[in-house]
Write a protein that binds this ligand. Structure first.
Ligand code: SF4
Length: 465
C-alpha cells in the first residue's frame, strides 16, 4: 500500500471544496496520508478556480513558491486540478513546478495520475476535450457516480466527524452568462440519480450527519428522468427530508431564471427544508442583465422574491452582484442599488467585474468601467447591504433561535467583553444567520437554543438558554 504524503490546497467556491474533499477521500482510500505542510509532502495537490482573475493569480503565485520548493526537493510532485486546469491545460503543464494537470472531468483519475507521477516523474495531463459534447456529459455522469458517492462525514480541516455534509446533486451549467467561465470548464448540466443522492444521504445520517446541503451550480435546474418520471429539485428536497435523522436540508445556488415555484411550496410545507435562498441577481438593470445573458428582467426577479417571501415564512435571501460590468452606467448602477434596497438581503457578495479569457464578454465587450469607478461602486453596495442587514437584524433582539453549532468561533475578539469560562462558539440558524455565543465545546455538531442579546450586520450574539 502507498504511504506517501500529500498536501492539499483548495481555492474557490463550495463546489470546489466538495471536489477537494472527494478527491481527498479517494486519495486516502489509495493510501495517501494528508499533511498540513507542503514542505513535508511527497505530493502537493492544488484545486483551482477560474471564476475570477484574482483566484487564478493566487494559484500562479502559489506555484511560484512550489517552484522554489522543488529546487530543494526535486522529487516533489505537484498536481493542479479543477477549473483552471481545464481552462489553461498545456500552459499550466509547461509551468516548471507542475507535473500533473487534470480538469474537473478527470477528478476520479487524480490518485492514479499522482501515483504514476511519483513513480516516473513524467509530466501528464488529463482534461476533457470538447467538454460540452454529449459524450463528455456521459463521462461526467460516470464520474459523478464514481467520485460523488464517497462518504464524507469527515471534516478534513478539523480532523473530526462533523454534523453537516454537502452532497452534489448536479454538475455543470447550461446558462452561459456572458461573464462566466463555468460552462466552459465544468461542462453541461448533469444531474445525479435521486436514488444515489438519497442512499448517500442515508449513509451520512447513519454517521451522525444532521444537515445536508444539496449542491449545484444552478441547483433549481436539477432534472433527472427515470422511465416516465422526471424528478425535480422539489422532489429531491421532499425525499431527503423524509430520511429519519435528517434535521435540516439546504440547497445552493439558485438561478432566478425559470425558478420553479414548487420549490417554494416544498420549503413552506416541509419544516426540515431551511428557509434560505441564495439567489444571485447580479444586476438591477435590465440593460446589464441582457448584456450578461441572465435571462430575466429585474422586475421579474423582485416579483419572484416577493412570491418567495409570501410563501415561505421567515425566508432569508442572499445574493451576488457584479459591479462595473462592460457598459454599466451610473443609471444602471443606481438600479442595482435600488434593487438591493427593495429586496433587503440578509447578505450579498459583491464582485468587481474582471474579464475571464474565453467568455463572450471578454471577446465581445470592452471592459470600459474604470477601476476606481468599480471600486467606488463596490464600496457603495457593501455599505448599503451592511446598513440594511444591521437594521433588519435588530428584529432578532430578545428572540430565541435554534442553531446548529459548528464549533469554536474563529474570531473570539468579536465579543471579548462577554467572554466567560466557556469558549465562544459559532452556530448557524436554519436561515443561515451566524450566531456567536459562549458555551461548552462539546456542543459542536449539536443543536442549541440561543437568546439573541446583541446584533450586527453579519453576526448575531447571544446566550445559551
Ligand atoms: S448560472 Fe451563469 S454565473 Fe452561474 S455558473 Fe452558470 S453561467 Fe456561471
Amino acid at each position: 500500500m502507498n504511504t506517501k504524503t500529500i498536501h492539499i490546497k483548495s481555492f474557490g467556491c463550495q463546489m470546489n471544496k466538495l471536489d477537494s474533499s472527494l478527491v481527498t477521500a479517494a486519495l486516502a482510500e489509495r493510501g495517501f496520508l494528508l499533511t498540513g505542510k507542503a514542505t513535508e509532502a511527497d505530493a502537493v495537490l492544488i484545486n483551482t478556480c477560474s471564476v475570477r482573475e484574482h483566484a487564478e493569480d493566487r494559484v500562479l503565485s502559489h506555484l511560484g513558491h512550489l517552484r522554489h520548493l522543488k529546487k530543494t526537493r526535486p522529487q516533489l510532485v505537484v498536481a493542479v486540478i479543477g477549473c483552471m486546469a481545464q481552462r489553461m491545460g498545456e500552459k499550466l503543464l509547461a509551468h516548471e513546478a507542475v507535473d500533473v494537470v487534470a480538469g474537473p472531468g478527470q477528478l476520479h483519475e487524480v490518485p492514479e495520475l499522482i501515483d504514476n507521477a511519483l513513480a516516473d516523474h513524467q509530466k501528464r495531463m488529463h482534461v476533457l476535450d470538447n467538454i460540452r459534447q454529449p459524450a463528455a456529459s456521459e463521462t461526467i455522469r460516470d464520474i459523478s457516480e464514481r467520485l460523488d458517492a464517497f462518504e464524507l462525514a469527515y471534516d478534513s480541516d478539523a480532523n473530526h466527524i462533523k454534523s453537516q455534509a454537502f452532497i452534489r446533486a448536479m454538475r455543470g451549467c447550461n446558462n452561459f452568462c456572458t461573464y462566466c467561465i463555468v460552462p466552459y470548464v465544468r461542462g453541461p448540466e448533469v444531474s445525479r440519480a435521486p436514488q444515489a443522492i438519497i442512499e448517500q444521504a442515508g449513509k451520512l445520517v447513519g454517521q451522525g450527519i444532521r444537515q445536508i446541503t444539496l449542491l449545484g451550480q444552478t441547483i433549481n435546474a436539477y432534472r433527472y428522468t427515470a422511465g416516465d418520471r422526471t424528478y425535480t429539485l422539489a422532489d429531491l428536497l421532499e425525499q431527503v427530508s423524509a430520511i429519519d435523522g435528517v434535521r435540516w436540508v439546504r440547497f445552493i445556488t439558485s438561478h432566478p431564471g425559470q425558478f420553479d415555484t414548487s420549490i417554494l411550496q416544498v420549503m413552506a410545507d416541509l419544516p426540515k427544508v431551511c428557509p434560505y435562498l441564495h439567489i444571485p441577481a447580479q444586476s438591477g438593470s435590465d440593460r446589464v442583465l441582457k448584456a450578461m445573458n441572465r435571462g430575466y428582467f429585474a422586475a421579474r426577479y423582485v416579483d419572484l422574491i416577493d412570491q418567495a417571501r409570501a410563501t415561505v415564512p421567515d425566508l432569508a435571501v442572499a445574493g451576488d452582484f457584479i459591479v462595473g460590468f462592460p457598459g454599466e452606467t451610473n443609471a444602471d448602477f443606481e438600479a442595482t442599488e435600488a434593487m438591493i434596497r427593495r429586496v433587503r438581503y440578509k447578505n450579498c457578495f459583491v464582485f468587481k467585474y474582471s474579464p475571464r479569457p474565453g467568455t463572450h464578454a471578454d471577446k465581445r465587450l470592452a471592459d470600459d468601467v474604470p477601476a476606481e469607478v468599480k471600486q467606488a461602486r463596490n464600496a457603495r453596495l457593501l455599505e448599503v447591504i451592511s446598513e440594511i442587514a444591521e437594521t433588519d437584524n435588530r428584529a432578532f433582539l430578545g428572540k430565541t433561535l435554534e442553531v446548529l453549532v459548528e464549533g469554536p468561533s474563529k474570531k473570539p475578539h468579536l465579543n471579548k467583553a462577554e467572554n466567560q469560562d466557556n469558549p465562544q462558539l459559532i452556530g448557524r440558524t436554519s436561515s443561515d444567520y451566524i450566531v456567536v455565543f459562549n458555551g461548552p465545546e462539546t456542543l459542536a455538531g449539536k443543536f442549541a437554543n440561543v437568546r439573541i442579546t446583541k446584533t450586527a450586520a453579519l453576526t448575531l450574539f447571544g446566550e445559551l438558554t
